[in-house]
Design a protein around this ligand. Structure first.
Ligand code: SF4
Length: 454
């Protein structure tokens, strides 16, 4: 998921559209935008599909006003269907409001039972609805910020929220800083985005990251900050740097491309390979492959090409069609890999099925040897913070040794980056969330204990 909000700029919904377009890599299942017009009337449009399938200019023209926000959704813990598509809109006598979020509550069951015991019933499976219900339950007639503080104090997990009223935007980040959220300046107004790469396209300049445990309020006074947790931690999701974020984004002050390149250099030092060329798996592994090539002195070659025009493969009824699905997305370049010993750099291995297929593609194109190098540690545990990394049993390395994993994917050799180097690739950083690699979760995991002890 990703979220993007605009305060104090004409045609704010258009800007949200462009912002979300830049963030489309974080969610392709559905998209939505909400706005308040100059009379304080709430407006919204959402639908299933890519942003360009859900919106056109005439729809955007109906979303008038200088305050707007939206999200693109990825099919994760909250199920599909239009009801769950962000932003959610709520009517209340104290004023209508909209909410969108990225990430997941890990204590969802606890929050649901707290609300149910107070008479709530739910329309969706979203954390945004829980946030709305908590805000309303905690409202005391004081400023709404206090009910948001109280709601956030009941939530545990990796998340960011945008909450929009007719004249105010609130941006909130979890106390462990697992999910990214950045603030930008746009003329006299402001933007908030899951990633900084969206700022350029809308003409905004980066101001700062929203801090872990912080609520930023944006209104006609400018921006104000309030901490809802006294002991915030900086445990950004390691997979943001490794895989999710765009290389042109800066997360918590570290550029994603620079991070990946450094992780590739370190990978080369930790797991050298006797080979002829270095090839990266497009697109998220290319920066790490460049770093590996630079450090090893081997040529970096484009041995794999990704088709730009393959979206989601909707119909996958048989194994042979699924195989074709990989070939539709990636091709090995025969003239480059034929007769070569290839170092294949990938960002991570989840189940191993894609690695097996890519190695086969390279061998079919004539590669003599394929030495797989992974720019992250062995993935052994599921994520409960909104990243779909599969169940523990499905993960290649949850019950396999390094050698067993190598045999399973059919590589000539296999090497992974150490957890220490995964953190150290980000200069000045002391820690990241690496729970899917180490099993050390940054929060209590509540009723997920049984899943990780299988
Ligand atoms: S468990 Fe893994 S994917 Fe999930 S937040 Fe932590 S590092 Fe990211």
């Amino acid at each position: 998921m990703s979220i993007f909000g605009v305060y104090g700029a004409p045609h704010a919904a258009n800007l949200v559209y462009y912002g979300l377009h830049t963030l489309q890599h974080r969610g392709q299942e559905a998209a939505g935008i909400a706005a308040f017009d100059e009379n304080g009337k709430g407006l919204r449009h959402r639908g299933l599909g890519l942003l360009g399938e859900v919106f056109n200019q005439s729809i955007l023209d109906t979303l008038k006003g200088s305050i707007a926000m939206g999200g693109v959704k990825y099919a994760n813990a909250s199920k599909g269907g239009l009801d769950n598509v962000p932003p959610l809109f709520f009517h209340h006598h104290s004023g209508d409001f909209a909410i969108a979020n990225d990430g997941n509550l890990i204590n969802r069951a606890e929050v649901v039972s707290y609300l149910e015991s107070r008479g709530n019933i739910f329309m969706t499976d979203t954390d945004s609805e829980l946030m709305a219900d908590l805000i309303k339950k905690e409202e005391t007639g004081e400023d709404r910020i206090f009910s948001i503080v109280s709601a956030l104090q009941k939530m545990e997990g990796g998340f960011t929220f945008l909450i929009m009223t007719k004249n105010r935007l609130y941006a909130c980040r979890d106390r462990n800083g697992i999910k990214p959220l950045a603030l930008g300046k746009l003329g006299d107004g402001y933007v908030v985005s899951s990633e900084t790469c969206a700022f350029d396209l809308v003409g905004a300049t980066f101001l700062r990251d929203v801090e872990p445990g912080e609520i930023v309020t944006i209104d006609h006074h400018g921006i104000r900050s309030m901490m809802y947790d006294e002991h915030p931690r900086h445990l950004m999701c390691g997979m943001e740097y490794i895989y999710f974020a765009r290389p042109d984004s800066d997360i918590d002050g570290c550029n994603v491309h620079a991070y990946r390149k450094e992780s590739g250099r370190r990978l080369c030092r930790e797991c050298p390979a006797d080979a002829d060329i270095v090839v990266g798996v497009p697109d998220s592994s290319l920066s790490a492959a460049m770093g590996y090539a630079e450090e090893s002195g081997l040529p970096y070659e484009m041995g794999l090409v990704k088709s730009k025009y393959v979206g989601r493969t909707f119909i996958e009824p048989s194994q042979s069609m699924r195989e074709r699905g990989v070939k539709m997305k990636l091709s090995a370049v025969h003239s480059i890999v034929d007769g070569k010993r290839v170092v294949l750099v990938d960002d991570s291995i989840v189940r191993g099925t894609t690695s097996l297929k890519i190695i086969n593609l390279l061998r079919e194109a004539g590669a003599k040897e394929v030495h797989v190098r992974i720019a992250s540690p062995m993935m052994t545990h599921p994520c409960f913070y909104g990243v779909d990394t599969s169940t523990k049993e499905e993960l290649l390395c949850s019950h396999r040794t390094l050698e067993e994993a190598r045999v399973k994917i059919g590589a000539d050799s296999l090497g992974y980056l150490s957890p220490e180097s995964t953190v150290a690739s980000c200069p000045g950083r002391e820690a990241l969330c690496l729970a899917c690699f180490t099993g050390k979760y940054p929060t209590p995991i509540y009723d997920h204990e049984t899943e990780i002890n299988k």
